[in-house]
Design a protein around this ligand. Structure first.
Ligand code: ZN
Length: 328
């Protein structure tokens, strides 16, 4: 089962999380493979989306926020869009839109940043959002400090965390056809840091420097984790191997009902709203052409069909049956 482990280092300003998506990730891949129009993801796309899924769970676990965390990559290459949505209860869904071929050895930039237009967006969408209220969104380019194209989504997100939260973060991500996994280590803000310069207290400064070394040491340990280890070793083994000399304190792991799991939020009602937003003319022309309106969910593969009567009902308000109906 998929699992999320949170931990701290006692007495040190460092916290961390380890996620392993197994059944949740395999579910997402199986649904895609079952789609007769797209087929399964090529290996590089699978790795990108899996790493995004693991990162999305870590980022949702890292914030105190009652709403969806949506991690998106907008590509200018064959991968046009990657989306991962993680709810506060760690239910998640993910999908990628690919146009054209992706080589078996394609790099991140060859997939999403061919013409330097690729970017990554992190959106926090509050659950109790008021009408007209915009969700918070941060956008980061896919370039490093030296203007180089970044080839790991982990580096892109480390930049984002540093920019948005001013917190040093180490992310190690990996994904294959069975597992999507990630390790996050973050330096916690030192209490009263804002006043440090003003008070110029040398003892405090020394303490801060010492704690900085603690973070650096743990960061180096964390970066030594190989993708292969992240994919194949269980959480206990990984944490023990990396931090056996550190004062690691772990919280109860989130597994099963409380842990990360696949869930789609599509519904006939939402699809109906989407069709309604197309307008009468557009919908009538689709029905004239195809006899009905078919909408497939990219996340879970559910298919929604609206026959002429259903479609007309969307516009007159006389909706025959939105609750059940023709979901296959
Ligand atoms: Zn769905």
């Amino acid at each position: 089962m998929s699992e999320l482990h949170k931990f701290i280092f006692e007495g040190l300003p460092v916290r961390g999380m380890l996620v392993r998506l197994t059944d949740a990730w395999q579910d997402i891949l199986a649904r895609r493979a079952a789609n007769s129009e797209t087929g399964a993801y090529p290996a590089p796309v699978r790795q990108l989306l899996g790493e995004m899924a693991a990162a999305g769970v870590l980022m949702q676990g890292n914030i105190k926020f009652n709403g969806a965390l949506v991690l998106q990559i907008f590509g200018d290459g064959p991968v046009k869009l990657g989306v991962v949505e993680v709810q506060p209860d760690f239910s998640l869904r993910a999908t990628c839109t690919q146009v054209g071929d992706v080589a078996e050895d394609a790099t991140l930039s060859q997939m999403v940043n061919v013409n330097n237009q690729g970017r990554c967006a992190i959106t926090l969408d509050p659950q109790d959002r008021l009408p007209g209220q915009q969700p918070y969104q941060g956008v980061v380019p896919l370039f490093g400090d030296q203007g180089e194209k970044l080839e790991n989504i982990s580096e892109v997100l480390e930049h984002y965390m540093l920019q948005s939260e001013q917190l040093d973060t180490v992310l190690v991500l990996a994904a294959d056809d069975k597992v999507a996994a990630g390790l996050l280590i973050q330096r916690l803000p030192i209490e009263g840091q804002g006043n440090l310069a003003g008070r110029a207290d040398s003892v405090e400064r020394e303490a801060a420097l010492g704690q900085s070394e603690d973070f650096s040491r743990i960061a180096i340990l964390s970066k030594s984790l190989k993708r292969e280890e992240l994919l194949t070793l269980d959480a206990e083994t990984i944490l023990h191997r990396l931090y056996w000399e550190e004062p690691l304190a772990r919280f109860e792991p989130l597994i099963g009902e409380t842990g990360p799991r696949f869930a789609c939020r599509c519904s006939r009602e939402r699809v109906g709203n989407m069709i309604r937003s197309l307008g009468t003319e557009e919908v009538e022309s689709i029905i004239a052409e195809r006899g009905q309106v078919d909408v497939g969910c990219d996340f879970c593969g559910a298919e929604y069909q609206f026959d002429p009567v259903d479609a007309a009902g969307l516009f007159t308000g006389l909706v025959p049956d939105l609750s059940g109906g023709s979901v296959h």
